[in-house]
Design a protein around this ligand. Structure first.
Ligand code: ATP
Ligand code: MG
Length: 254
């Protein structure tokens, strides 16, 4: 049975996509079978693997439109042990197309029914806005992984996310935050440390011990169309995501 984790934060540019990509590939390097799902019209996760979203036969768009077909038909292999359901340009129009459909928040959940035997982890990367795609991601997930950018207003966005999770529990009762990940930590300033202290004081053991530093290699890798473990395996960014994969697995086991 796979563990389905949705990245979520109703704020852009906090490291959701970077985390889905880098954590997913790090889990695969540990021998886990990983499925990544790009349910964001920006298609950043898809492009991060060097896949051109305009050249795809199938994408998450067709999966949402025909959930009874399952998801395997739209799945492509992007790295060793890593499969991807890519996004496409068509996805931008899907929100309108599906507006009148009953159960439209549950389409992804339905499509993934047959994937649970195939994967150990399914990581879902939604857009920052709270719309149909984010709701589909949260409705399909067991746990939410929250990337929190260590800057002055880091904690401000949390109450809104917690309200959203409460709402989604009406259709997915067991949904809970599985972990909070401090990202984009700038160790040259004292501010990062101070914010991190506040986050840990407020959320305790929910906060991963691992902190993701600001690392230029993590920003460059998507432009090269490569996951960090291929682009710069020795970088601080790659090391941090390997440590996160270790920590996630030890948390789930104990
Ligand atoms: N630890 C890091 N160090 C340096 N750059 C980073 C790091 N994490 C992410 N970035 C860069 O910051 C930008 C935003 O990151 P990312 O795309 O992962 O955020 P996101 O939350 O998915 O954004 P969106 O809400 O738009 O989907 C990207 O250009 C990414 O390459
Ligand atoms: Mg993103």
């Amino acid at each position: 049975m796979s563990r389905v984790i949705a990245l979520a934060m109703q704020k852009g540019g906090v490291g959701k996509t970077t985390t889905a990509l880098s954590l997913g590939t790090a889990l695969a390097a540990r021998g886990r079978r990983v499925l990544l799902i790009d349910i964001d019209p920006q298609a950043n996760l898809t492009q991060g693997f060097g896949v051109d979203p305009s050249q795809l036969e199938y994408s998450v768009y067709e999966v949402l439109l025909n959930p009874e077909r399952g998801s395997a038909f739209a799945t492509i292999r992007v790295d060793e042990g890593v499969d991807l359901i890519p996004s496409s340009l068509l996805l931008a129009g899907a929100e309108l197309e599906l507006a009148g459909r009953v159960g439209r928040e549950l389409l992804l959940r339905k499509a993934l029914r047959t994937a649970h035997e195939t994967y150990d982890y399914i990581l879902i990367d939604p857009p920052p806005s709270l719309g149909l795609f984010s709701l589909n991601a949260l409705a399909a997930a067991h746990r939410v992984l929250v990337p929190l950018q260590l800057h002055a207003y880091a904690l401000k966005a949390m109450p809104q996310l917690e309200q959203t999770i409460d709402l989604v529990r009406e259709i997915n009762p067991d949904l809970a935050i599985g972990g909070i990940l401090c990202t984009l930590a700038d160790r040259r300033t004292g501010l990062s440390h101070e914010i991190e202290r506040q986050v840990r004081e407020r959320y305790g053991s929910l906060v991963f011990h691992t902190v993701i530093p600001m690392n230029i290699k993590l920003a460059e890798a998507p432009t090269a169309g490569m996951p960090i473990h291929r682009y710069a395996p020795g970088s601080a960014g790659a090391q941090a995501y390997r440590a996160l994969a270790d920590e996630l697995e030890s948390r789930l086991i104990h």
